[in-house]
Design a protein around this ligand. Structure first.
Ligand code: NAD
Length: 462
């Protein structure tokens, strides 16, 4: 109840801060970015602990996926924000001579950020970096499914950042709903398509612009690479990407693999070797794999395997450890395409491999399904690459690697269709949280009379 009451008070305080105009100065923006850097440096160990409590992430994984990426982004924004803020001159058509045109970025105002539980630190701080770089005031609502990280953010952010301008409100659905009743100038949401729809309809009431960073089923296409060593590299990257970051609980994680019949067994053998090498031989190895976030998600994944025809397709793994919320890295060969494992986002350590007679069939396969957040394709065939680029649609396409796009700040990160819309990271984050105001400066001379009535045939000629 206390938190629900907090929503109104925080909102009023943020409005007042934004009206004070102090968040617009470059000094304020840089100070907030520096504060994020200092927070991360001062609290590395506490962040490792919180991530271990919520997801049992290993500190190396936590540093790579949650601290390192944010340090990089905050440093990048710090070095560029002044340049991004500057008005940009635009060429003006001769008709407007003499005039000066520019695009003038201004902050939206009051921003609401919802983040997800799978990368609870980076998916909270990454959009926050964009919002403050653009000069907004912010309420961040972390996911209640990662309570240790949510509590860490709520306790530390006010100690480092301007607490009248950036607030963290913890809570579940009741708080989310209360927050959505307010009139925001921008909502940035990371989560499922189902909740994305709720957020978008709440935003529609106030005509609030939204960015929806959603999920879906990201495919990996493995072409029949003639060189066996290339297949080995692909299998290694697939094994590292599928089970490495948060044990498959990742929006850009690999959902399934498409491969020609003739190399499926080589791929499976190579994946098994890498699984054993990276994560150990059995499910009892709890060191190198994050756990499933909670019992509800564990049961959801168990149900996917409960279908007898799906269970029959398991070619590796499949054991479950409910006490430790652990599911072994599991490979399935050709589960039925109408089973839930192939129709719903898996978001866990299960990897279906679907075989095709010819890899070209993958294009039609993808086009008959919702647009994914990412398509990964291992191929050296330039014609096939072009075909993937021009004949399919997805948030991103990565050739010959997986998941690395998240850390490439010069590329926009975001979805299309059911995987969301809007984009962020680097300059794209700044743009996402800014309104680009069009400014045209005219002079008082010359004055062209044909633009004014009364209309006549002579004026028609202009
Ligand atoms: P979710 O949609 O359940 O929750 C996301 C956020 O919405 C949380 O902060 C949650 O508290 C809030 N929320 C939950 N119910 C709500 C409601 N009724 N009204 C308003 N807000 C509500 O998603 P999740 O379980 O946290 O994350 C998993 C999903 O997110 C997957 O689909 C995944 O692919 C996607 N995801 C996308 C990205 C991306 O960058 N595109 C990143 C991570 C996760």
């Amino acid at each position: 109840m206390e938190a629900v009451a907090e929503v109104g008070g925080s909102y009023a305080e943020l409005s007042q801060t934004f009206r004070s105009r102090r968040t617009r100065s470059v000094a304020w923006r840089k100070a907030q970015l520096q504060a994020i850097l200092k927070l991360l440096h001062d609290h590395e160990v506490q962040i490792f602990d919180a991530l271990h409590q919520d997801l049992r992430k290993h500190p190396v994984e936590s540093f790579r996926d949650e601290i390192g990426v944010v340090l990089k982004s905050a440093n990048y924004s710090l070095s560029c924000v002044e340049k991004w803020m500057a008005p940009k001159k635009v060429p003006i058509p001769l008709l407007f001579f003499p005039s000066k045109g520019e695009v003038f970025p201004e902050p939206f105002g009051l921003v609401l950020i919802f983040s997800s539980w799978n990368f609870p630190i980076s998916l909270s701080l990454e959009p926050l970096i964009g919002a403050i770089s653009a000069g907004n005031t912010v309420i961040l609502k972390p996911s209640d499914l990662a309570p240790a990280c949510s509590s860490f953010l709520a306790k530390t952010i006010p100690l480092y950042l301007d607490s009248n301008a950036v607030k963290v409100i913890e809570g579940g659905m009741d708080i989310a709903e209360k927050l959505l009743q307010q009139k925001w100038d921008k909502i940035f949401f990371t989560g499922s398509p189902q909740v994305g729809r709720i957020v978008m309809s709440a935003a529609a009431k106030h005509l609030t612009p939204v960015t929806l960073e959603l999920g879906g089923k990201c495919p990996t296409i493995l072409d029949s690479l003639p060189n066996p060593s290339d297949i080995k590299v692909a299998a290694k990257r697939i094994a590292g990407g599928k089970w490495g970051p948060c044990n498959g609980q990742a929006c850009i994680g690999i959902d399934y693999v498409l491969v020609e019949d003739r190399i499926a067994s080589a791929l499976i053998e190579s994946l098994k070797k890498n699984i054993n090498r990276f994560y150990g031989e059995n499910v009892n190895n709890l060191e190198n794999l994050s756990r499933i976030v909670n019992k509800q998600h564990f049961d959801r994944l168990r149900n996917l395997l409960d279908d007898p025809s799906v269970a029959a397709s398991i070619v590796h793994g499949g054991s479950l450890d409910e006490k430790n919320l652990m599911i072994e890295p599991t490979i399935l060969l050709n589960p039925p395409l109408d089973a839930e494992i192939m129709t719903e986002e898996i978001f866990g350590p299960l990897l279906p491999i679907i075989t095709l007679n010819n890899i070209q069939e993958s294009i039609e396969f993808l086009n008959s399904r919702p647009k994914p957040l990412a398509i990964y394709a291992f191929t050296k065939d330039e014609t096939f690459k072009k075909q993937i680029l021009t004949e399919t649609s997805s948030g991103s396409v990565i050739f010959n690697d997986v998941m690395v796009q998240f850390v490439c700040d010069t590329l926009p990160f975001g979805g299309v269709g059911q995987s969301g819309f809007g984009r962020y990271h680097g300059k794209y984050s700044f743009d996402t949280f800014s309104h680009e105001k069009a400014v045209l400066q005219r002079s008082f001379f010359p004055e062209l009379e044909p633009r004014y009535p009364p209309w006549n045939d002579f004026k028609m000629q202009f």
